[in-house]
Design a protein around this ligand. Structure first.
Ligand code: SF4
Ligand code: SF4
Length: 285
């Protein structure tokens, strides 16, 4: 089973929730943790894996043989990402913009374009307890997160539970991260901004046909702004993590509450149990 943890909005505590869920679950079954927040991964601060290794991730970018090029411009016309420009017969390649689609080589009538690998990030792996941990890290200045997080997702195994920590927002990286999940937990906070961004994330999950529910972090005496929205949209509220200064301090020190406090472990296991029940109910019979 693959459970993704996403949030339309940054700063909701998504990663601490994903890490605590993983730790609590690992007391019962093997867990694979995929940190797909490759622009700013931080789940290792909480899960503290023993690192085993890392491998480079490459993107394929065009190499133009100018000795055969006649400057016709067909490659640049084809590239919808503006990664190529032909100026006075010279072909300029803007590698950071290239999405490695391979189309320009097909568009070139003279066969002047081949491809070369260019490093854009790494995937590293480690373990801790019953958790196999994989994390993508985009190189500084690289704009394309998706190829790196796709490599992280390839580490998914069918054994036990997989928890995916998704990037914040609702752009391509978040969409790619939640694709293929059996269930998506949308983490939010009880504020108008939380509601706004929850709405965006809810629409994405709906569009992709992924069953999803809401976890309210920093819950207060009045979560009405989220409660009302969930009622309007028929969204399940999976649980509430109360606002607490102690909890915030523990998080800021990279402490996993589920590791140090059985009450919290039990609380996260209840959330997991609820998610698994909803997953079964929504899976085609
Ligand atoms: S591979 Fe695709 S994205 Fe990259 S330069 Fe060629 S056409 Fe553009
Ligand atoms: S399509 Fe081929 S021949 Fe034409 S400008 Fe591009 S590389 Fe040169």
């Amino acid at each position: 089973m693959v459970i993704s943890v996403a949030s339309g909005k940054g700063g909701t505590g998504k990663t601490t929730i994903a890490a605590n869920l993983a730790w609590a679950a690992s007391t019962l079954e093997p867990v694979t943790f995929l940190d797909c927040d490759v622009e700013e991964p931080d789940s290792h601060f909480y899960l503290k894996p023993d690192w085993l290794g890392e491998e480079d991730v490459f993107a394929r970018v065009p190499l133009v043989d100018l000795s055969c090029c006649d400057g016709c411009g067909k490659c640049a016309e084809f590239c919808r990402y503006n990664a190529l420009a032909v100026i006075k017969g010279d072909v300029l390649v803007f590698e950071e913009l290239c999405h490695s689609c391979g189309g320009c080589a097909l568009a070139c009538p003279l066969g002047c374009i081949t491809y070369a690998d260019r490093r854009i990030g790494i995937v590293r792996d480690g373990t801790r307890g019953g958790i196999h941990f994989y994390q993508g890290l985009l190189d500084i200045g690289e704009p394309l997160a998706v190829p790196v997080l796709k490599r992280v997702k390839e580490r998914h195994t069918k054994d036990g539970l997989t928890i995916t920590d998704c990037p914040p927002g609702t752009g391509c990286p978040m969409i790619e991260s939640i694709k293929g999940s059996d269930y998506c937990i949308l983490v939010t906070e009880p504020s108008p901004f939380g509601r706004h961004d929850l709405d965006l994330a809810h629409r994405v999950a709906l569009e992709l046909g992924i069953p999803h529910g809401v976890l309210i972090n920093r819950s207060s005496l009045s979560d009405a702004v989220i409660d009302d929205y969930c009622e309007e949209e028929g969204l399940e509220i999976l649980g509430r993590i109360p606002f607490s200064r102690n909890l915030a301090e523990a998080c800021s020190q990279g402490e996993l509450r589920t590791e140090t406090d059985k009450t919290w472990s039990w609380r996260f296991l209840k959330i997991l149990e609820e998610v698994k029940k909803l997953c079964l109910l929504s899976s085609p019979s």
